[in-house]
Design a protein around this ligand. Structure first.
Ligand code: 5RP
Length: 264
């Protein structure tokens, strides 16, 4: 691996081999998402506890201070909305010059395997890999399911992750599912878990994150379960303990409850 690629990968993946990405890219297809109406305000207290921020160029420029930003994973696919015909109908949105200008540590591209736009989304990934490998920037593939949440199961996710890795993604982000080790085991690049819909309880979040890590994921890219929580700082700190300190789900839940009382 060349120096630039290695340097960027190590900005994302910490010396213990783990990572905690904080995504705030949701507006690129769903507009002003609850608790992300003012993204700069939302992330301010959370940034110290995450390893990288997943964000579009628009929100990056408007709401993230360049002076003390975390490594940036730039969301570079888009072009669909929740009120449009098909969420899978994406294209590449950001040029390689812009990616370099914004000093991205990585970029993220969604793929929609099995959708009407499977080919287009896979070629978006392959095209971005071709551009980014030339300049040493890792591409993270996002295995998206659109509205078809039933696709969050092991056979579908293994298929999507493996295809993403075969096309050259350096990291793959996918949903946690039962038997998650089967997804990780047949994916030759590191796998990061996405948050998915908001869980009912904090303990559920700690449990799925802990299970996924035990089964081989290197970390999370988790948004709504953090910043839509009434105590987001307590949540981000408790999750960090699970990811970086191997805290148990119950231990993280205790930590969350104690931090919640101090509103820290
Ligand atoms: C949206 C994304 C998000 O980054 C991803 O879904 C994680 O966010 P959340 O934890 O809120 O699900 O890629 O397309």
């Amino acid at each position: 691996m060349e120096w630039g690629m290695k340097n960027r990968m190590s900005q994302l993946i910490q010396p213990n081999g783990r990572c905690f990405f904080l995504p705030i890219d949701h507006g690129y297809f769903q507009g002003p998402t609850t608790c992300l109406e003012r993204p700069g305000k939302t992330i301010e207290p959370l940034l110290p506890y995450c390893d990288a921020l997943f964000v579009t160029r628009g929100v990056l420029r408007a709401a993230v201070k360049p002076e003390n930003a975390k490594p940036i994973i730039l969301r570079v696919s888009g072009g669909a909305s929740i009120v449009g015909q098909d969420l899978a109908h994406e294209a590449l949105t950001t040029s390689i010059e812009e990616i370099i200008r914004l000093n991205a540590a990585a970029v993220g591209v969604s793929i929609f395997v099995g959708s009407d736009y499977e080919h287009e989304s896979l070629m978006n990934l392959a095209d971005m890999v071709n551009l980014c490998e030339d300049v040493g920037i890792p591409v993270m593939a996002v295995t998206a399911v659109g509205r078809e949440l039933e696709k969050q199961e092991v056979r579908y996710l293994s298929l999507s992750c493996r295809i993403a890795a075969e096309l050259g993604a350096r990291v793959v982000k996918t949903y946690w599912c039962k038997d998650f080790d089967r997804v990780v085991d047949c994916c030759p690049v590191p796998v990061v878990m996405a948050g998915g819909p908001k869980c009912e309880t904090e303990l559920e979040v700690f449990e799925f994150v802990h299970d996924g890590l035990r089964r081989g994921a290197i970390g999370v890219n988790l948004g709504r379960n953090v910043w839509q929580n009434p105590y987001p700082v307590a949540m981000v700190r408790a999750l960090r303990a699970v990811i970086h300190e191997d805290e148990t789900p119950k231990g993280a839940w205790k930590l969350y409850n104690s931090l919640k009382k101090t509103r820290k």
